[in-house]
Design a protein around this ligand. Structure first.
Ligand code: MN
Length: 292
């Protein structure tokens, strides 16, 4: 087995607001080595680093908007997110929960800070990831996987190193809570100071490591501080993370879909024509209706 080396450690870019409720650093897609094709099947990654929102009677967030052709995955680390969609669905993503929404043929939805949480405010930390769908599944029916933290299995690491939460894929035989269309591993590594965790993914899987808390060293060689993202090279399978202090790390690894990508705003399709159809369908009300 060859070592998978670090290709790049990216610092967080200047934050911007999505609506008025999500203060994010965008890591994917970035023209600097992390565009959609390079990161396939991970086509967007916005990271809301820990940010204190003041109390607000009116929940902050982002209003009604469409998605088609992919999945949105929301991981709430601190704070709570409420969502509603055009099929009448809705729910609350609590701390530690994961919402895996398959937009596929199309949904309208809105995402806000949960009402009661909003009234007190506090630290908010979240990841939103877009996972591409293969052409054959882009127009399938939308669905949700609302995954409670208690449903996510954990693997206890040796030597009091901490544990791995398996959101999707698997880790040392522990299966992920989420079902995926293409092979994806999505893991939260909660590491104690000095703890280590080993990972092993096929070399062609595109792989990133996002540091949410603490500081880590990868392969005893590359330091990745808090709020930084390490892009792993496609040169081997195995790598190791060591926590310099107590650390929380999101590890993503996915098989590339290797299909053409045509993306504009909230639509990610394979061809320009399909993008045009998405805009036409949206403008003609085919995504349904949702009150703002
Ligand atoms: Mn959305």
């Amino acid at each position: 087995m060859k070592t998978k080396t670090v290709e790049l450690v990216a610092s967080p870019r200047a934050p911007h607001f999505v609506g008025d409720g999500f203060r994010v650093h965008n890591f994917i897609p970035s023209g600097f080595r992390m565009d959609m094709q390079r990161m396939d099947p991970f086509i967007m990654l916005d990271y809301n680093s820990t940010y204190k929102f003041p109390p607000s009677e009116k929940p902050k967030g982002v209003g009604v908007h469409p998605h088609r052709g992919f999945e949105t995955v929301t991981i709430a680390y601190k704070g709570k997110v409420a969502h509603h969609d055009s099929s009448g669905g809705g729910g609350i993503i609590n701390e530690g929960d994961v919402q895996w929404m398959t937009a596929a043929s199309g949904v309208l939805h809105k995402e806000y800070h949960e009402k009661e949480w909003s009234k007190t405010g506090g630290d908010f930390q979240m990841v939103q990831l877009w996972v591409n769908l293969p052409a054959k599944d882009k127009m399938s029916a939308p669905k949700y996987q609302a995954i409670k933290n208690s449903e996510i299995q954990r693997y206890a690491l040796e030597n009091n190193s901490g544990f791995i939460e398996v959101i999707a894929g698997d880790y040392n035989g522990i299966k992920g809570a989420a079902s995926t269309f293409t092979p994806i591993h999505m893991l939260n590594a909660q590491l104690n100071k000095g703890g280590t965790a080993a990972f092993n993914f096929p070399s062609d899987y595109n792989t990133v490591v996002l540091v949410l808390e603490g500081n880590i060293v990868i392969n005893d060689n590359d330091e990745a501080p808090t709020d930084h993202l390490a892009l792993m090279a496609n040169d081997g399978e195995a790598f190791q993370i060591k926590a310099i202090d107590d650390a929380l790390v999101l590890v993503l690894s996915g098989a590339p879909i290797n299909e053409p990508i045509a993306a504009h705003g909230p639509f990610v399709m394979n061809t320009h024509q399909e993008l045009q159809e998405a805009f036409d369908d949206f403008n003609n009300g085919k995504f349904g209706y949702l009150e703002d």
